[in-house]
Unconditional design. Structure first.
Length: 280
């Protein structure tokens, strides 16, 4: 993939009052490789936030943007030592810093992680929508496209810009509105500097594994609840039936004996005796 232009900035501040920055200078190195031919030095001078003069290595001299800037640009351009010094900074300042950046992080790359899933639509011309989410890639430049039966789709596609995660990684999301056709294959195609060839991820219309797991967990919980409820019901019925079979105090009275459901005996005055036994 083609690399985009990158930029290094160096800020020089000169204070002329205690209240604000009235004058400052910014040096920028714009590049898309570490070769000198692909590097441009841009040195800008500002007064009260307005650029009044600029030196560009691609132009080779100063250009003024205000009356004050034009006068100073003419003076600097007539001084060979000033121009020579500025032209040399492309090699003496930009090149070493760019080489350092390339060796430490610009030459590094991290492959993206891709996920394709279906989304609920909120109106629109098509009944269905897919989103291709690309996570954790570096560097920033990336291309995401859609394929329907291996043919690239350009209509009904919307994409976000590359978004920073705050940890040097990026993410991007691309949406495809479509009308399903029987037997077709829809894929998300990702092209990135970390990939030797495009990464193609097919959309699987079957239920996602996460949804299957949720259903399995729910079914297991329901089954366990039914088993516990049935066990409690059986226990309750058995306990209720056992209590009703006990004949508490079934008295049989006679002139000399009193038989009662229970166990044991107890004497009373005279010749009468209370006997009781538990009825089985």
């Amino acid at each position: 993939m083609e690399s985009s232009s990158l930029c290094l900035c160096l800020l020089f501040l000169t204070v002329y009052s205690a209240d604000a920055f009235l004058h400052y200078e910014v040096a920028r190195c714009v590049f898309n490789s570490s070769e000198l031919n692909d590097i441009e030095l841009i040195y800008s001078k500002y007064h009260k936030k307005k650029e009044y003069a600029r030196f560009s290595s691609s132009v080779g001299h100063y250009v003024g943007y205000t009356e004050y800037g034009v006068k100073n640009a003419e003076r600097w351009n007539n001084d060979p030592s000033v121009l020579s010094s500025m032209r040399a900074q492309k090699e003496t300042y930009c090149k070493p810093n760019i080489d350092n950046d390339y060796s430490n992080f610009l030459s590094k790359s991290v492959q993206p992680r891709v996920r394709v899933q279906s989304l609920a639509t909120s109106g629109g011309h098509h009944p269905s929508m897919l989103v291709c989410s690309v996570y954790d890639f570096y560097p920033k430049t990336i291309k995401v496209s859609w394929l329907r039966d291996q043919k690239e789709v350009s209509s009904d596609v919307t994409s976000t810009a590359e978004m920073e995660d705050g940890d040097w990684y990026y993410q991007i999301h691309s949406h495809l509105e479509y009308t399903p056709r029987s037997g077709e294959k829809i894929s998300c195609k990702v092209e990135h500097a970390s990939l030797k060839e495009p990464l193609i991820t097919d959309w699987d219309p079957s239920m996602p594994e996460s949804e299957k797991n949720k259903i399995a967990i729910g079914a297991s919980g329901l089954s366990l609840g039914l088993v516990l409820s049935l066990a409690g019901f059986i226990y309750y019925k058995r306990k209720a039936r056992g209590q009703s079979s006990l004949n508490w105090f079934c008295p049989v009275l006679s002139r000399r004996f009193l038989s009662v459901c229970g166990s044991g005996s107890r004497s009373y005055s005279g010749s009468q005796q209370l006997r009781f036994q538990f009825c089985s």
